[in-house]
Design a protein around this ligand. Structure first.
Ligand code: PMT
Length: 400
């Protein structure tokens, strides 16, 4: 995901330095080449050797060693970076940058870079709310510096409140967002994901094997590309993607209501959810007793949300999925036309590595003009990126 990207990770002194180690590990795992710059006080908390071992690059601390560093030569860290992250960032560091001070290697390189700078503050709650700090943060934001706000919790100083460094995973996600071209900026995208549950009684239900992975990947990738994203999701075990407006539903009827409630503020709808086609005609008010030898439950049709969207779509782009086990292209084409879609993502869910509850998918993209684009097996995150690129093309924005 970050292959080929050079990231400078600045680490300033604070108890949260240990979390920067985990952040470094995530960045390296994603393929980034990370160069760590530590302030002197950061080295009091975790040794440079830890960062050096994980980054496989020398750790930089001394301002006047910069030029002599063999691998860097005359090209400074500041010029090479695609992204600068400072985590944890102290009030002192932020204050210096806000005042244009550069008195050590980290402040000097941050001041000298033209790369985006992502700052994750960590400090005492009273410092965080101090008006001087607030002014400094605002000033930097106005100059385009990006911030990952701290979270509330028990602070190392014994106080409780805002000031705790964000989780490494959340900072990582913002780093990926900072490095992603905002090709969907201005688009409002609604994604549905996961299964619906149709209750038989208070403890039993009819559902399917959807894990939500495909829909969550679409929501995450759309947000990384700058779209404003609403994720309407049936019950799943997944953590919602950062920066996405999440609406949780259970049944198909609830999903329909949530989708139509958001439709006026939506430009593109992507329906990856596996909506139950039928629901029990009667929901028992109390747990059904095991009295009879056999039991027949009468089912009635659920609303076809996508078909209703197709009838009401106006100028929106509408993307559906087709989960098939036979006659993939024929069945998916029928759905594309019947539901008035711009694109349908057809997956043969009987194939290994495709469909429900796996990390990969194998799909064919079917367009309104009859084109069929066959894609190889790929991770759902990667596939989400491809589907969104095709959306940009249909919008007349992207290039292929
Ligand atoms: O969640 P995962 O584990 O990652 O699995 C991914 C997936 C297999 C669920 C996904 O790739 C997929 O195929 N989603 C669509 C599943 C489905 O319901 O397919 P369908 O062919 O039955 O429905 C066609 C389309 O109509 C779908 O976009 C569906 O959301 C929509 N639909 C269906 C029935 C209904 N009552 N209302 C709908 O809106």
């Amino acid at each position: 995901m970050l292959k080929g990207k050079e990231i400078v990770l600045g680490v300033t002194g604070g108890i949260a330095v240990y979390k920067a180690v985990e952040l470094l590990r995530l960045l390296v795992k994603a393929g980034a080449d990370v160069h760590v710059v530590m302030t002197q006080s950061a080295t009091e908390f975790v040794t440079p050797l830890t960062f050096q071992t994980l980054s496989k690059n020398p750790v930089h601390m001394e301002l006047f060693n910069l030029i002599s560093e063999e691998r860097i030569g005359h090209i400074s860290l500041a010029e090479r970076a695609d992204l600068f992250i400072v985590a944890p960032a102290t009030a002192n560091f932020i204050g210096k940058i806000a005042c244009g001070l550069a008195d050590d290697l980290l402040t000097t390189t941050v001041m000298a870079t033209r790369a985006p700078v992502l700052i994750a503050p960590a400090m005492n709650v009273n410092m965080y709310h101090n008006p001087i700090y607030r002014e400094n943060e605002e000033r930097l934001k106005n100059h385009g510096y990006l911030f990952v706000p701290p979270v509330s919790g028990m602070l190392a100083c014994g106080y409780e409140g805002e000031g705790k460094l964000q989780a490494p995973e959340a900072i990582f996600e913002e780093a990926v967002a900072a490095l992603t071209v905002k090709s969907l900026a201005g688009e409002r995208i609604l994604v549905t994901a996961g299964p619906t549950l149709e209750e038989i009684d208070p403890v039993r239900y009819v559902s399917n094997h959807s894990s939500g992975k495909m829909g969550y990947a679409l929501a995450r990738q759309a947000r990384l590309r700058g779209a404003e994203v609403t994720l309407v999701t049936g019950p799943t075990a997944l953590a919602p993607p950062c920066g996405v407006n999440v609406v949780r539903v259970r049944s198909a009827t609830e999903m329909r209501d949530a989708v139509f409630a958001a439709l006026d503020e939506t430009d593109i709808v992507i329906k990856a959810a596996a909506v139950a086609d039928y629901r029990p005609k009667v929901r028992a008010g109390s747990k059904m007793k095991k009295i009879q030898e056999s039991l027949t439950i009468e089912l009635e049709k659920n609303p076809d949300i996508l078909a209703e969207l197709g009838a009401a779509k106006g100028g929106r782009l509408l993307v559906g999925f087709a989960a098939e086990t036979q006659d993939l292209v024929r069945n998916a084409t029928t759905k594309l036309n019947a539901k008035n879609l711009d694109l349908i993502v057809a997956n043969d869910v009987s194939l290994e590595g495709a469909g429900f509850n796996v990390d990969t998918n194998i799909v064919k993209l079917l367009y309104r003009d009859g084109r069929v684009e066959e894609l190889p097996m790929m991770g759902k995150e990667e596939l989400a990126g491809v589907i969104l690129e095709r959306m940009e093309l249909l919008r007349g924005k992207g290039t292929k």
